[in-house]
Design a protein around this ligand. Structure first.
Ligand SMILES: Nc1nc2c(ncn2[C@@H]2O[C@H](COP(=O)(O)OP(=O)(O)OP(=O)(O)O)[C@@H](O)[C@H]2O)c(=O)[nH]1
Ligand SMILES: [Mg+2]
Length: 307
């Protein structure tokens, strides 16, 4: 068990290694050999944090807290600075550590949204695999009716994971698919229903209208659903991810975030920016292509692996 735990953490570390090098590595260079914390050091630290995609606002807030500690003489030297920063980042992230609890409803309905290619479909299949592993029954809903290949992709995952997929033909109305899926979910007594959706650009009004209609149909057919509107964001898109989130939240209301592809970027600081600026629970982070690379978000694990 200890071995397994170590392997699990090690893989998280590897997944975050680019950001470790790009952010923490540069902080290490900055403070090495430097004893005093002065304005120049703080300025350079600011530059590192901003270029790690933590965002200007969140970086300022972090630095203010650190500077206060320096003023109160709680931080004596540059070495302690890193530790203090790590703790402040942990405090920001901890606020958004709120795992999904699908036992709150039955079926627990999750609507997964996000722009093209952020990782919606693969995240859904990884989630399905997790839930199945916990002994829950999962129904997948092929709500991305925009492309035939999208329906096929979900079906392949469904077969692999062992979940039934509710689908219509491509080009059909996703709210009709969800209507059928809810009926099926109720009839079969499914524990969890996860719906894939199309990711055509969020600036396209008709996609938003389509998704709103899906949401309305859900609420009508199963009061209180969807229980989760999970927005999938791609960490490699940087600050764009934040504007996408604001847009989707304004239009549909987002109750949770999955941030994928943290393994593919040196700017994983975006997770900190997202947590502080959006104040939306982070449900999952993605650190690779394998099923176990979708992690339930833990602020402690993330910060420890990063630093
Ligand atoms: N490296 C890495 N790749 C990921 C991660 N999550 C998803 N991907 C990859 O990202 C690509 C796009 O994933 P999809 O799940 O098809 O994305 P989507 O949002 O459904 O895309 P559309 O259906 O086109 O809107 C795939 O090649 C995935 O394997 C991750 O955490 N790390
Ligand atoms: Mg997809």
């Amino acid at each position: 068990m200890a071995e397994e735990k170590k392997g699990f953490f090690q893989r998280l570390k590897e997944g975050l290694s680019k950001t470790h090098q790009g952010m923490v590595g540069r902080i290490d260079v900055l403070i090495s050999g430097q004893k005093k914390i002065d304005d120049l050091l703080l300025e350079e630290l600011e530059e590192i944090l901003i270029t790690s995609d933590i965002g200007v606002k969140t970086t300022r807030e972090l630095l203010e807290k650190v500077a206060e500690k320096v003023k109160r003489k709680e931080l004596e030297d540059a070495g302690q600075l890193k530790k203090a920063l790590q703790e402040e980042i942990f405090l920001i992230l901890r606020e958004q550590e709120k795992p999904l609890d699908p036992s709150l409803a039955k079926p627990f309905v999750i609507m997964v949204i996000g722009v093209n290619g952020t990782g919606k479909t693969t995240t859904i299949s990884k989630m399905a695999q997790k839930f199945k592993g916990q002994g829950k029954s999962v129904l997948l809903v092929a709500g991305d009716t925009f492309r035939a290949a999208a329906i096929e992709q979900l079906e392949i995952w469904g077969r692999r994971v062992g979940c039934e997929v509710i689908k219509h033909q491509s080009g059909s109305d996703p709210s009709a698919v969800v209507f059928d899926a809810l009926k099926a979910g109720k009839a079969r007594g499914s524990d969890i229903l996860i719906m894939d959706t199309a990711g055509r650009l969020h600036t396209k009004v008709n996609l938003m209208e389509e998704l709103k209609k899906v949401k309305r149909v859900m609420a009508r057919e199963l009061p209180d659903s969807p229980h989760e509107i999970l927005l999938v964001l791609d960490a490699t898109t940087g600050q764009n991810a934040i504007s996408q989130a604001k847009m989707f939240d304004k239009e549909l209301g987002v109750s949770g975030i999955a941030l994928t592809k943290l393994d593919g970027t040196a700017k994983g600081g975006i997770l900190i920016g997202i947590s502080e600026e959006l104040k939306i629970p982070i449900r999952y982070i993605g650190i690779g292509e394998k099923a176990e690379d979708l992690r339930e978000f833990s602020a402690r694990d993330f910060v420890d692996a990063l630093f």
